[in-house]
Design a protein around this ligand. Structure first.
Ligand SMILES: Nc1ncnc2c1ncn2[C@@H]1O[C@H](COP(=O)(O)OP(=O)(O)OP(=O)(O)O)[C@@H](O)[C@H]1O
Ligand SMILES: [Mg+2]
Length: 169
């Protein structure tokens, strides 16, 4: 059986500073729903955890809650957040050796019930859900600048509509 096709490129965004990355994460948080998987790719220090932190906090604020501390799950590998009626699982798969190791972390239940934010989604191989949104963060032209490549299916394109236009490169 051949591998499934990669998700279609949706946009390339320019994030000139930390606030822009936070605002972009907030925009994704605004359209995310239970059952979504969001892969966060990019090199060490690209801003994956920064995105996840802003995503969780945007969801918390929208649910009427206060600020949430979101440490990097470098060692725990997964950290759950109960926010409103949704559990957000934040995974860091850098250290897993095989895709199957993610099953022991309960990643399938996380995909089924809540929202999963997955750093190092390439570690999942074929276990990354077909409908996932993939965000790849890349170093930009200055120290604090990042570019973001967004890929996902038609469902994501429809949900975003024009909301990403203000970030487009
Ligand atoms: N525009 C920006 N977007 C995101 N992070 C930025 C930006 N500008 C500067 N930074 C800084 O870059 C660092 C990104 O670190 P972060 O832990 O989010 O990276 P990471 O991709 O999760 O790394 P790792 O692979 O080690 O998990 C932070 O110190 C953050 O403040
Ligand atoms: Mg990280």
């Amino acid at each position: 059986m051949s591998a499934p096709p990669p998700p279609a490129a949706l946009a390339r965004l320019a994030l000139p500073d930390l606030d822009a990355t936070r605002a972009f994460a907030g925009a994704v948080a605004g359209v995310a729903r239970r059952g979504d998987a969001i892969g966060l790719a990019g090199a060490l220090g690209a801003g994956k955890t920064t995105f996840a932190r802003a995503f969780v906090n945007a969801r918390a604020a929208a649910a009427g809650g206060g600020p949430v501390e979101v440490p990097s799950p470098t060692f725990t590998l997964v950290q759950p957040y109960d926010i409103g009626d949704t559990v957000i699982h934040h995974f860091d798969l850098y250290r897993i050796e095989r895709p199957e190791d993610a099953l022991e972390l309960g990643i399938e239940d996380a995909f089924a019930d809540g929202i999963a934010l997955v750093e190092w989604p390439d570690r999942l191989g074929p276990l990354l859900p077909q409908g996932a949104l993939l965000v790849t963060l890349l170093q930009g032209a200055s120290a604090d600048a990042r570019d973001a490549e967004i890929a996902g299916g038609a469902v994501w394109r429809a949900r975003f509509g024009g909301t990403l236009d203000r970030f487009r490169a």
